[in-house]
Design a protein around this ligand. Structure first.
Ligand code: NAP
Length: 525
């Protein structure tokens, strides 16, 4: 069995005890083990801050961007190996593994491109300068400077490669060293990504560290200049947000947490139209991709009451064709859930939903998987429920992190749809399918504040729309309230988390020389 190593203080650390086993969720066979026993986290953080930080800050944006490009290439060169690992340790089918691994290399490549455009500088202007004095001689200009601490990235189990890359790309481009702590259950893929990057000698010493296993007292040691970027459940987020040191020292914390994303079918959409087809294709994908273990997956499907039977019938047909089973089996289109706990949570969560909604597709129980040993594997086939009462509390509160969604009837009124979307207390993404521009405008006005991203499916967008669940690096990933209130990605906006905004005030030539320009630049905020 493989023993995962951590990389701290510029060295590989292999523990000798305290292991947690990682399993292949398709068969429940143990495949690796991880432990952080024996790591001196204070020393690990100090090394990253004192060695990695200065080395990164000495580089220009273009030079840091070149590192990201090299990271993307190094990972891409090992693509097949990473895809296999994602299948073995994450239970992802080949297609789902590509979503994770190609998402990682693509996001690194994207930040390499935008970073290169920033060129040979280390200071980023934030918006335009402004006259502060009687004349333009006394000038103000906001700038972003890299924070002097370390960025600790605590990630969820579902995207071990992308989760690593989307956070690391931004912090490294901003000039801040990274300590990544992947979720232990699927840490093998993330650990291998870090190993590939470290062994390729791409980054300066201390720029990237890996904690493979529990985080020990790592988070209790973060201070004023550090950043904690967390992705995971709202319950863990609550615990971490409450850490004394983070509160008393004002450590910057970004949270990406649960989300009951909604897909809303507009009342104008006729059965069989291009917009209808996009809606059913997207909803099916959002239920089944990564076996529904996506923070951006659709959990609630809002449908005008008179279309309910059509949507139910179409989804029934499409989901009946899904083959749930061993992730490495070619016939299989949906793999298992990632862990025994995830399976237990999905069964329990569906039972809670079933107290207010009837199961119309699937059973809400474990099943044997195609190509898997009988009784083994964390299989949970696609499951759709239907709520009689659109306001039923549990439908808007229980996030089942699996291939589970609930049909919610509504009248076709946009304010009503927006209010239902808002019942979940804040989402990462909401998708609206409509070709009626007035309805779309009304929905945005009423419901925009409840969501971080609004995906507008329409006939004209249908052939290019990638699906509501894709977190593109150009656009914000994060959502208000229950979704954590965090912000990631969104092009250069993402650098703000790892930077200190400073208002420079002084003689105009002096100020403008510092930012190396006299005209407007991209605004990261
Ligand atoms: P989780 O149990 O909250 O774990 C997330 C991460 O936090 C893991 O790395 C875990 O490490 C770590 N962790 C847990 N307790 C900790 C503690 N007391 N101190 C320090 N670290 C701790 O979540 P998960 O089961 O991996 O992920 C599923 C959840 O994540 C879902 O609710 C989903 O909605 C959410 N999610 C959100 C997004 C987003 O972008 N908004 C993306 C993906 C997932 P160990 O594994 O070592 O325990």
């Amino acid at each position: 069995m493989i023993t995962l190593r951590s990389h701290v203080g510029g060295r590989w650390h292999e523990a000798t005890g305290g292991f947690v086993e990682l399993v292949d969720p398709s068969t429940e066979t143990p495949v690796a083990r991880a432990s952080t026993a024996g790591i001196d986290f204070a020393a690990a953080l100090a090394f990253a801050r004192d060695r990695g930080g200065p080395a990164l800050r000495a580089l220009t944006f273009a030079e840091r961007a070149a590192l990201l490009k090299a990271m993307s290439k190094a990972l891409y060169a090992r693509r097949d190996e990473l895809l296999d690992l994602s299948t073995t340790n994450g239970g992802s089918t080949r297609r789902d593994s590509k979503f994770d691994v190609d998402g990682a290399t693509g996001t690194l490549a994207y930040y390499a491109t935008v970073g290169a455009e920033l060129g040979e500088r280390r200071l980023l202007a934030d918006g335009d300068g402004v006259q502060l004095g009687r004349t333009a001689r006394f000038w103000g200009q906001h700038v972003w400077v890299p924070r002097r601490g370390v960025a600790v990235h605590v990630n969820a189990f579902n995207f071990p490669a992308w989760g690593f890359a989307e956070k690391a790309a931004v912090a490294l481009l901003a000039g801040v060293p990274v300590v990544i702590k992947p979720a232990t259950s699927t840490a093998w893929t993330a650990a291998r990504c870090v190993e590939i990057v470290i062994e390729a000698g791409i980054l300066p010493e201390g720029a990237l560290s890996l904690v493979a296993g529990s985080s020990g007292d790592l988070l209790e040691r973060l201070g004023e200049q550090d950043v904690l970027a967390f992705t995971g459940s709202a319950a863990t987020a609550r615990t971490l947000r409450g850490l004394d040191n983070l509160l008393s020292r004002g450590t910057r914390v970004n949270v990406e947490a649960d989300s009951l994303n909604a897909a809303v079918l507009g009342p104008d959409v006729a059965v069989g139209s291009a917009t209808w087809d996009l809606f059913v294709r997207d909803v099916e994908r959002e239920i089944t991709q990564k076996s529904g273990q996506k923070c951006t997956a659709v959990r609630r499907i809002l449908v005008p009451r008179e279309r309910l039977a059509d949507v139910r019938g179409t989804l029934s047909e499409r989901l009946a064709a899904v083959v749930t089973g061993h992730a490495a089996d070619d016939r299989v289109t949906m793999g298992p859930l990632a862990t025994e706990n995830q399976l237990a949570d999905a069964v329990a969560g569906t039972a809670r939903l079933a107290s207010a909604a009837r199961i119309v597709i699937g059973t809400g129980r474990r099943a044997d998987g195609a190509g898997a040993p009988e009784g083994k594997g964390y299989y949970f086939p696609p499951t759709v429920l239907e709520a009689a009462d659109p306001g039923a509390e549990v439908v808007h509160q229980i996030e089942v992190f699996g291939p589970v969604a609930t049909l919610v009837p509504y009248s076709g009124s946009m304010p009503e749809a927006a209010a239902l979307v808002g019942r979940a207390g804040g989402s990462l993404v909401t998708s609206l399918y409509s070709d009626n521009a007035d309805d779309v405008a009304e929905f945005v006005a009423e419901g925009g504040a409840f969501t971080g991203r609004l995906y507008l499916g329409s006939e004209k967008a249908a052939d290019q729309a990638p699906g509501s669940g894709v977190a593109l690096p150009q656009c914000l990933h994060g959502g208000p309230g229950r979704a954590g209130g965090g912000e990631e990605l969104g092009g250069l906006r993402a650098l703000a988390l790892y930077s200190q905004r400073v208002a420079l005030q002084g003689a105009r030539p002096m100020v403008e020389r510092l930012v190396g320009r006299t005209q407007a630049e991209p605004d990261p905020a």
